[in-house]
Design a protein around this ligand. Structure first.
Ligand code: SF4
Ligand code: SF4
Length: 262
């Protein structure tokens, strides 16, 4: 018999346990909703988390289970969104198209306060005397927004300011969260004019440090035929629901603190 007996015994035990495990797996198997894979295949697969779920699979599962009521992914295209709505038996709710815009025109036009040699991080720089720029409200220029963007929609311009590529921006809002100054806003994509300053300093103080700052003179308020602009905390603000894209505010602004993006 020799080695044969233990081989037969071990083989028999292995076969019995294999069959048992197969039986248990079948018995306790949780059937997966087939819609999950279909929905997942229609999502972009970037796992950026902007939908509020752990990733694209998380959103697919939440949609099929009913935990998510609509396609909250900002990167999903219209056709895919409609198909997903059909799969989960919901009416397609058309989302307003939005895009990220930068609300600062300072950059190289803003004076420096001191020479900064620390780590290139807006948050870290902000902790040291409010950053190297003389304006405590303006862009620090160390590109936290750029690094946060999962779609490579942001680059740094020669003027020291981030450039947002409207063709690439999917309005996920990651850059908004990454900016310690709150200088990026998600706005309606069809609105072209934006106040590129958030300085709450008095106009005379703002212009001392930044040539492109809003001096709260109110000329844009007067020029706007739609009553879409008001001055709040020493800085102009556009109400996008009233703005008619006429651009009269840009012409009226003496410091060119209002920018056009289209
Ligand atoms: S620019 Fe901002 S909102 Fe647009 S895709 Fe990049 S991180 Fe998202
Ligand atoms: S916009 Fe904000 S995050 Fe981006 S470089 Fe400027 S300060 Fe930093």
């Amino acid at each position: 018999m020799g080695i044969l007996a233990p081989v037969i015994i071990l083989g028999t035990i292995g076969a019995v346990f294999g069959l048992w495990l197969g039986f248990v797996e079948k018995l306790f198997a949780v059937s997966k909703d087939p819609r999950i894979e279909r929905i997942f295949s229609l999502l972009p697969g970037s796992n950026c988390g902007a939908c509020g779920q752990a990733g694209c699979m998380g959103l697919a599962e939440a949609l099929s289970s009913g935990d998510a009521k609509s396609v909250t992914c900002p990167a999903v295209h219209d056709q895919e969104r409609k198909t997903i709505a059909e799969i989960i038996g919901q009416k397609d709710i058309h989302k307003e198209k939005t895009v990220a815009v930068l609300l600062c025109g300072g950059g190289n036009k803003c004076k420096d306060n001191y020479q900064y040699y620390g780590v290139k991080d807006c948050l870290a720089a902000d902790l040291i005397l409010k950053g190297p720029k003389a304006c405590a409200f303006g862009c620090i220029g160390m590109a936290n927004c750029l690094r946060a963007c999962p779609f490579n929609a942001i680059s740094m311009g020669d003027d020291g300011l981030p450039r947002i590529d409207r063709g690439k921006c999917l309005s996920c809002g990651k850059c908004v969260k990454a900016c310690p100054r709150g200088l990026i806003a998600i706005v309606p994509r069809d609105k072209n004019y934006h106040i590129r300053c958030r300085s709450k300093d008095k106009g005379a103080d703002t212009i001392k440090v930044c040539k492109a700052g809003c001096i709260a003179c109110g000329k844009c308020v007067t020029a706007c035929p739609a009553g879409a602009i008001e001055i709040k905390d020493n800085v102009a603000e556009i109400n996008y629901s009233k703005c008619v894209n006429c651009g009269k505010c840009v012409t009226a602004c003496p410091t060119k603190a209002i920018g056009k993006e289209a």
